[in-house]
Design a protein around this ligand. Structure first.
Ligand code: PLP
Length: 478
């Protein structure tokens, strides 16, 4: 493709994207295609000769859009949001053009240095303690991981390295294998499945602990589990505190967990994947009280802070436990400035990394903190707006206190009727929700996902849910 064609193609695509996003609420939120829908729509083999870009453009609706679930439709209320904004899209274009692989500082100094500064900007926006920030001049600093799952695994590996070193100092005759078999980590039973997976990938035991009646992991529960394990000769080494659980957006009591971890020299990692974005608003920071006691903190601007996937920001007080533990240093990756700036390849699992700091920079500058705060507050307001509808209709009940942009609700009655309700809602295809279940109670989750969502969209979603409830309850009373 020549430069002139690129300009035309990119212009046409920009027009298409704008049209797509601005009118997204008119599209059916989940496509009605069946598995295997796409193969018959494209040739069996790649074309031998180059096609014009206009031919590709002409196929986007037919081949791609017919099978897209529109996550940015205000009718999409499933999972948690994934971010989307014009500044981040444009930044990804530039990242695509530079197309560097920023594994070391010299591999593209701007890629590393903008990331260091952006993580400092963002850390200050959240009110993170200075110890986490590179600008403090201490050891701490931040990094952009691809996902929260990677951050949880990286922190676990750091915790493992730190504990193995400590135990070896106390018991020089113990082998790594002996120590590894005794390591045990902890998290809320409601923690994301990626925490359990980090334990499996890291080859260590991970205990899920029972939360209190508000689905929060408490200090006493953790303390009891640790004491029991110590009695049995195990070595507690890692705790994941979840701020905003996936099922119901509950918040572990970080302050209490922090005290327990600190008194036992256990690495405390905070997984605030979704809810962390809300901490840019000072009024929500009470939910991260005790954060100074943590060793690492992670949240996903790619969920709720308008930075397109992937951008999972992680801060470490002592990155050396990760950096030194997995430091392999082949000659072809060495450079003359080693040690003067981070070589981010040591902070993550893969070697390669894109220039992701660009989209953070563009979003922070083109929205400003003020508008990002407005976005969070508006979405939480919309969740409360929906909550009021549920509260006013006595057939419904709220399952979990609404603190963020997620409403957990159900029809009063058994699980079956709620399962039926969701089948009706998703079956009609106007809006899309997913369920969850805690302690055998099945409920529906309505997440405010799209940045385009307005009160009128919530009115429509509520009307749809109410009408499905009418159908379901009519069926029951027949
Ligand atoms: N942690 C929590 C609390 C989550 O809600 C999620 C996803 O929704 C994750 C971790 C996993 O996020 P990622 O896809 O970035 O690994």
């Amino acid at each position: 493709m020549e430069a002139g064609d690129f300009k035309d193609f990119a212009k046409a695509m920009t027009d298409y994207i704008t049209e797509y996003l601005e009118n997204i609420r008119d599209r059916q939120v989940v496509p009605s295609v069946k598995p295997g829908y796409l193969r018959p729509l494209v040739p069996e083999q790649a074309p031998q000769q180059a096609e014009p870009w206009t031919a590709v453009m002409a196929d986007i609706e037919r081949v791609v859009m017919s099978g897209v679930t529109h996550w940015h439709s205000p009718r999409f209320h499933a999972y948690f949001p994934t971010a989307n904004s014009y500044p981040a899209i444009v930044a990804d274009m530039l990242s695509g053009a530079i197309a560097c692989i920023g594994f070391t500082w010299i591999a593209s100094p701007a890629c590393t240095e903008l990331e260091v500064v952006m993580l400092d900007w963002l850390g200050q926006m959240l009110g993170l303690p200075e110890q986490f920030l590179a600008r403090s001049g201490g050891e701490g600093g931040g990094v952009i991981q691809g996902t929260a799952s990677e951050a949880t695994l990286v922190a676990l590996l750091g915790a493992k390295a730190r504990t193995i070193q400590r135990v070896k100092e106390q018991h020089p005759d113990w082998t790594d294998t002996q120590i590894l078999s005794k390591l045990v980590g902890y998290c809320n039973k409601q923690a994301h499945s990626s925490v359990e997976r980090a334990g499996l990938l890291g080859g260590v035991k991970l205990r899920t602990l029972r939360p209190d009646n508000k689905h929060r992991l408490r200090g006493d529960t953790l303390k009891d589990a640790i004491e029991e394990d110590l009695k049995n000769g195990l070595i507690p080494f890692y705790v994941v505190a979840t701020l905003g659980t996936t099922s119901s957006c509950a918040f572990d009591v970080l302050d209490e967990l922090g005290d327990v971890c600190n008194s036992h020299d256990i690495w405390l990692h905070v997984d605030a994947a979704y809810a962390g974005s809300a901490f840019i608003c000072p009024e929500y920071r009470y939910l991260m009280k005790g954060v100074e006691k943590a060793d690492s903190f992670n949240f996903n601007p790619h969920k709720w802070m308008l930075v397109n996937f992937d951008c999972s920001t992680m801060w470490l007080k002592n990155p050396r436990w990760v950096v030194d533990a997995f430091n392999v240093d082949p000659l072809y990756l060495k450079h003359d400035h080693q040690g003067a700036a981070p070589d981010y390849r040591h902070w993550q699992i893969p070697l390669g990394r894109r220039f992701r700091a660009l989209k953070l920079w563009f979003v922070l500058r083109l929205y400003g903190i003020e508008n990002l705060q407005k976005h969070i507050r508006k979405q939480i307001g919309l969740a409360h707006y929906f909550e009021e509808f549920c509260n006013k209709d006595d057939r419904f009940e709220i399952y979990e206190e609404v603190t963020m942009g997620l409403v957990c609700f159900r029809l009063k009655g058994d699980n079956e009727i709620n399962e039926e309700l969701l089948r009706h809602i998703n079956g009609r295809g106007k809006i899309h929700l997913v369920p969850s279940k805690i302690d055998d109670v099945y409920f529906l989750r309505l997440a405010i996902c799209s940045r385009f969502t307005e009160n009128s969209d919530i009115d429509l979603s509520w009307e749809e849910i109410k009408s499905c409830a009418d159908e379901v309850l009519k069926g029951v009373s027949k």
